[in-house]
Design a binder for this molecule. Structure first.
Ligand code: UDP
Length: 251
């Protein structure tokens, strides 16, 4: 079940062709697996990063479950003639897994965001999902290698959490978990979820439904955080490059 799904290559990154329900079922099956699995949720900006810096392909393609967190990737798959079922938002998949863990009794660890945010996210999620056990939290502002990083791994192991949220921002979070997955003794599923802890804690808001329904979440985010303009310029570049790749038959 955990790797029994079709993959669709979008500009070099292999995405799972799954719905949010299927992604949840796969992550749930991973909780019972005998190895550590990683779940990545790249958007178009990250695929464009891979296109521009091909060294990143190995990192992103090493994820056990890689789902498209954004309309841009879904649109590109359509342009290339190999459609994906749709977007699987990381923040939603993470919350679905919190509901699963609350029901099953698996412990969860929140790693990332500014000091205090993971604790607040834990408080809010535990009251939203009765039975949820957040067995540990740590902010994301530690040295990502060496002693400090090893101490974080040791704390995650000591907590006994089966599900780990790694919310350190891209591509730091994917690099950190890939570097450290062999050292994890209890966690079975490690989900890289960017700014999700900020959303769970109420520090950041998701875009209103209108923006989500019209694939304009990026626009809402840009209005809220204009400093992201540089990062977001990757999106039109990505779509333009996808049309070019299609025309040139290099998709
Ligand atoms: N962050 C962190 N440690 C760092 C840098 C960033 O924990 O060294 C956190 C930051 O506080 C925020 C998240 O990582 O909560 C990144 O959020 P963003 O929405 O920018 O996600 P991205 O799009 O970068 O994945």
């Amino acid at each position: 079940m955990t790797n029994n799904f079709q993959k669709i290559n979008v500009r070099g990154v292999d995405f799972a062709a799954v719905t949010p329900d299927e992604a949840t079922a796969i992550c749930t099956a991973m909780l019972d697996g005998d190895r550590v699995c990683t779940v990545f949720t790249p958007n178009a900006e990250i695929v464009q990063l891979c296109v521009e810096q091909p060294d990143y392909y190995d990192l992103y393609n090493s994820g056990d479950l890689v789902v498209p967190d954004g309309a841009g990737v879904v649109k590109a798959a359509k342009i290339l003639g190999r459609p994906l079922p749709g977007k699987v938002a990381g923040v939603e998949l993470g919350e679905r897994m919190l509901a699963v863990c609350a029901a099953r009794g698996d412990g969860v660890y929140f790693l990332g965001a500014k000091p205090g945010v993971a604790e607040e996210a834990a408080k809010r999620m535990c009251s939203k999902y009765p039975g949820l056990s957040v067995v540990g939290t740590h902010d994301g502002y530690f040295k990502k290698s060496g002693e400090e990083s090893d101490a974080v791994v040791a704390a995650v192991n000591a907590s006994g959490a089966g599900l780990l949220f790694v919310c350190l921002g891209v591509p730091v979070q994917e690099r950190w978990i890939t570097d450290n997955r062999e050292k994890l003794t209890a966690a079975r599923v490690c989900m890289c979820l960017g700014g999700s802890l900020d959303v769970y804690a109420g520090v950041a808001q998701r875009a209103p439904k209108f923006f989500v329904d019209h694939s304009l979440e990026w626009f809402y985010r840009l209005m809220k955080e204009p400093k992201r303009i540089g990062r977001m310029m990757k999106l039109p570049k990505f779509l333009f490059g996808t049309y070019l790749a299609k025309i040139r038959g290099k998709a």
